[in-house]
Ligand binder design. Structure first.
Ligand SMILES: [Zn+2]
Ligand SMILES: [Zn+2]
Length: 114
């Protein structure tokens, strides 16, 4: 009997606690396809269930939108979030004193590189 393909691909979700640290494009600049997650919110790449990374629901003035992104753009955005975070954080006081959020952003970036 032929082996059944294992459904290994599942939609990767950015942890809710980290989403606010990741800077998204401004809603008013986005096409409808980008606000509903059909295309990468940053680069406009067409997304599939296998390639999309879910950035969760966002609400602006009562309007819900559902940004998703490709892995390459997500990596870049998470790297920026990780690298700029300590400058804006009172808990991160040096390379050896980094807060949980900074550590979580780093771990997320490592996960995206796999
Ligand atoms: Zn992209
Ligand atoms: Zn911090």
């Amino acid at each position: 009997m032929p082996e059944m393909p294992v459904p290994s691909a599942r939609l990767m979700e950015i942890p809710a606690a980290l989403v606010p640290h990741i800077v998204l494009p401004r809603l008013e600049l986005l096409s409808e396809a980008r606000t509903r997650g059909a295309e990468c919110v940053w680069g406009g790449e067409r997304l599939t269930i296998e390639t999309a990374i879910d950035l969760r629901v966002h609400t602006n003035n009562g309007f819900n939108w559902y940004p998703r992104a490709c892995r390459r753009c997500t990596k870049a955005a998470v790297r920026t979030a990780r690298d700029t975070h300590p400058d804006q954080c009172t808990e991160c006081t040096g390379p050896t004193k980094l807060c949980e959020t900074r550590r979580a952003l780093h771990n997320l970036l490592m996960e995206l590189r796999r």
